[in-house]
Design a protein around this ligand. Structure first.
Ligand SMILES: NC(=O)c1ccc[n+]([C@@H]2O[C@H](COP(=O)([O-])OP(=O)(O)OC[C@H]3O[C@@H](n4cnc5c(N)ncnc54)[C@H](OP(=O)(O)O)[C@@H]3O)[C@@H](O)[C@H]2O)c1
Length: 279
């Protein structure tokens, strides 16, 4: 026979036991990384920023689809060093290659959770040299830096929606550039292509939520093969940026992982320029 005091005690313990899991659910809105397989396709991931993103996602437990236009040997070597990875070669300037890339990426594990639109091309043309920014240059940059990322999202949409249904919201991260925010960059066609990618990021975030989140990282100068000879820019970052250096590919990859793991962020353009824009 329980006394009134003992009954209150048992009742209190029961309420606490019931409340504990409810409290855990409410206090952890972002699920921690778990053992559920998630698959990420990183375009242009045999070099520079893309290679760092692929490695960081692989270390975080993602199965990774490595991709490039030409560097197949590098792609296969990266696959060999990773836990779960495949390599696909495809030229994003061509529609048929984009279709094959997404099909092969989804076929590998039967799912796709994350698409990182990293592959991009640049042309160095002084902004005042309008004649050199020919229609051909505009079309080339637009096709790879703008049309291809949009087309890849469209091709992956259904798989990314499935990710939301069975696991966690599908996620797109576009790698744009500070040149798409500030009136700077290797050339006007390049900067405009990245501004378009930033705007596309916001438009897609509105259209595809809540099943698919869409964000962008906009790097300033990053030490990659693309920028190895850009000595003026390197000097600018060393002397003017509050961080006093260009970014490493790893710096940008960590920003991408942060967006991938942030379940409430969508439509954000994360400017990652070491603070140069403040000066
Ligand atoms: N580096 C910077 O300072 C900086 C700053 C801001 C933004 N970004 C942006 O960051 C992204 C990566 O730049 P990065 O410096 O790491 O470049 P990167 O070292 O030149 O690497 C580019 C990657 O993209 C692939 N790629 C290029 N064109 C392609 C195409 N038509 N089809 C398929 N793959 C293609 C390349 O494959 P192959 O090697 O086989 O050709 C390579 O894997 C780009 O979108 C760039 O605009 C870079």
């Amino acid at each position: 026979m329980l006394t009134a005091g003992r009954r209150r005690c048992v009742l209190g313990a029961t309420v606490m036991a019931l409340w504990q899991p409810i409290r855990d659910i409410h206090m952890k809105p972002n699920p921690a990384i778990d053992n559920v397989l998630r698959v990420a396709l990183v375009t242009g991931s045999t070099s520079g920023i893309g290679a760092a993103i692929a490695r960081v996602l692989s270390l975080a437990g993602y199965a990774v689809v490595i991709h490039s236009r030409n560097s197949a040997d590098t792609g296969r070597a990266m696959v060999a060093e990773m836990n779960q990875a495949i390599y696909v070669q495809a030229d994003l300037a061509f529609e048929a290659d984009r279709v094959r890339l997404v099909n092969e990426a989804i076929a590998a594990w039967g799912q796709l959770d994350v698409l990182v639109n990293n592959a991009g091309i640049s042309r160095v043309i002084p902004h005042g040299d309008l004649a050199s920014a020919s229609s051909k240059v505009w079309h080339e940059l637009n096709e790879v830096n703008v049309v291809a990322p949009f087309h890849l999202v469209a091709l992956a949409e259904s798989a990314l929606r499935d990710a939301a249904r069975y696991r966690r919201a599908g996620c797109v991260v576009n790698i744009s550039s500070h040149a798409g925010i500030r009136p700077k960059g290797a050339s006007i066609p390049y900067a405009v292509s990245k501004a378009a990618l930033n705007h596309m990021t916001r438009l897609l975030a509105v259209s595809l939520g809540p099943e698919i989140r869409v964000n962008a990282v906009a790097p300033g100068l990053v030490d990659t093969p693309l920028t190895a000879e850009w000595t003026d820019a390197q000097e600018l970052w060393r002397t003017r940026a509050p961080m006093r250096r260009a970014a490493s590919p790893d710096d940008i990859a960590k920003a991408v992982l942060m967006l991938v793991e942030s379940d409430y962020l969508t439509g954000e353009i994360l400017l990652s320029d070491g603070g140069l824009n403040l000066t």
